[in-house]
Design a binder for this molecule. Structure first.
Ligand code: ATP
Length: 506
């Protein structure tokens, strides 16, 4: 099974053990594991007939639906490497990543047809999903058309798994490619150690599969024989609740901004849906503000699990609902098999509680290098996460922020996230971001960007005063800039670079 790579192997295994379990539901209906497996064999033969061979690299640019599942499974069967492209890419990023990864073909949804002008015309295209309203050339083959009439029987395993390239979020620049070659049953073990994930049940997957959060949960869900509900190619908070109610889903997979959008629905809308079936909300990808955590526990069946992880390391720690009741901003504890160490700036290990340091993990999945050859700092086999954090005396981990986001102002260290979450928690603020800008006297000074709510007076002084009464003086922004929205990527992560580059008048 492992020769088929991290995804096809899982589908194949569950299809052998539980062929009649429903595997997914999308706008076209339901498919069982047996059907997914047979269809992916047909698609694999179709892709081979279109010239794809073991060792080739293919870009997949698709939302969450059966086409994505069939494509990933079929590529795994052929030993073709899949590069999971971000659906939020603009042309330059798509072109950069496609060139860096040396792709030989593109599998994409009709929605992204415009983006294809960013890459050479001779690269073949195959459609993973077609919307009637999109203007696509009818001569472009679809997964349906290439699969038609082909044998659904198992293919011979490739010599080597093709694997996948998962892109990082690109929070710090062009997304890096993190290769993942093998099936890792270990991830499942780690997760079930801390999270009571359902089996032979139903999960609503709202997080996109192209991102490590959605992909890993999707893989784990399939391994546990679960049915995935994908009825929203674009995230819609109310539709998510409706799907939980309709399918009596026991798990929901989200990135934190999705959770926030669900909880921002009017209370009467939230109360209209029966979410009593929910046992696990799996939220990962960025920190969750403490007030969002508490509201989620109160309104969504006390089922929130905050998962701290990264594309390179997968799961690093998990906070259970019990941990989050003790400390809403904790990232919890590492699961089985993960060891965490904190190192100070001189790379001396920190063992005392409440002392922050860079978080290092013992790299259980053997990440070696990004596809561009860059590596991560490693000490005694422990790999840097790039984040700074601390443990409290109970052994709970707190992620203070990214190493490179830290602002040193007047010799004091400030993690912007703390200030951002505080400002965003005001009733008249929708969201906030804080960056450091060069300052003659302090080295850096804090600049806050605030998206005001409808009842905001847009009073910068009031916001500064508010921070002053809640946090240390050096954490008070010297400037407050009001914006209509903050720059975010497709998974809702805040992008600080555009803010840093923004010209601000006096
Ligand atoms: P790039 O490396 O391209 O800049 P990225 O680091 O944002 O992108 P990801 O691998 O998607 O790419 O994100 C991992 C990072 O997200 C972690 O290192 C951490 O900073 C943050 N993160 C993820 N989950 C959590 C969480 N539960 N709590 C706090 N931070 C989190």
């Amino acid at each position: 099974v492992s020769r088929f790579g991290p995804f096809a192997g899982i589908v194949m295994h569950t299809a052998q053990t539980r062929p009649d379990n429903p595997a997914l539901v999308d706008e076209r209906g339901q498919l069982t594991f047996g059907e997914v497996e047979a269809l992916s064999n047909q698609v694999a033969r179709g892709l081979a007939a279109h010239g794809l061979r073991e060792g080739d690299v293919v870009a997949l640019l698709a939302r969450d639906h059966r086409g994505t599942v069939l494509a990933l499974s079929a590529l795994g069967k052929l030993g073709v490497r899949a590069v999971l492209m971000n659906t939020g890419f603009a042309k330059p990023q798509f072109a950069d990543v496609a060139a860096r990864e040396k792709i030989k073909a593109v599998l994409h949804d009709s929605e992204f047809v415009e983006l294809m002008s960013a890459i050479p015309a001779e690269i073949p295209r195959i459609l993973t999903w077609v919307d009637e309203s999109d203007n696509v050339d009818p001569s472009i083959p679809t997964l349906d058309s290439i699969a038609a009439g082909r044998s659904p029987d198992q293919l011979a395993a490739p010599q080597k798994p093709g694997g996948m390239v998962i892109l990082t979020s690109g929070t710090t620049g062009t997304p890096k490619g993190a290769p993942r070659e093998k099936v890792s049953p270990f991830i499942t073990a780690q997760l079930v150690d801390r999270i009571p994930l359902p089996r032979n049940s139903t999960m609503v997957v709202a997080a996109p599969i192209f991102h490590a959060t959605g992909l890993s949960q999707f893989g784990v869900g399939l391994a546990l024989g679960n049915r995935m509900i994908f009825q929203q190619r674009r995230f819609d908070p109310e539709q998510t609740l409706a799907n939980i109610e309709r399918y009596r889903a026991e798990a929901l997979v989200v990135v934190p901004t999705m959770l926030q959008r669900i909880l921002d629905l009017p209370t009467e809308t939230l109360g209209r849906y029966d979410v009593s079936s929910l046992k696990v909300i799996f939220a990962a990808g960025s920190a969750i503000p403490g007030d969002v955590v508490t509201r989620a526990l109160d309104h969504l069946n006390n089922s929130l699990y905050n998962v701290y992880g990264s594309t390179e390391c997968a799961v690093i720690s998990v906070a259970t609902p019990e941990d989050l009741r003790l400390a809403p901003d904790t990232a919890g504890k590492p699961p089985v098999g993960i060891r965490i160490r904190l190192y100070d700036e001189n790379r001396q290990e920190i063992t005392a509680p409440n002392v922050p340091g860079t978080i290092f993990i013992d790299n259980p999945h053997g990440f070696k290098a990004y596809t561009d050859g860059r590596t991560k700092e490693t000490i005694d086999g422990f790999m840097s996460s790039g984040d700074v954090g601390h443990f409290d005396s109970r052994g709970l981990l707190f992620v203070d922020g990214r190493d490179d986001d830290m602002i040193v102002s007047g010799g004091e260290n400030v993690f912007p996230q703390e200030v951002e979450f505080l400002i965003a928690n005001r009733h008249d603020v929708l969201e906030a971001a804080v960056i450091g800008v060069d300052d003659r006297d302090f080295g850096k000074r804090l600049r806050a960007f605030v998206v005001p709510g409808p009842d905001s007076k847009r009073d910068a002084e009031e916001i500064k005063e508010f921070v002053k009464t809640n946090l240390a003086r050096y954490k008070v922004p010297r400037e407050v800039v009001f914006l209509d929205e903050l720059p975010r990527n497709a998974t809702g992560k805040l992008l600080r670079k555009p803010l840093q580059e923004m010209e601000i008048g006096e």
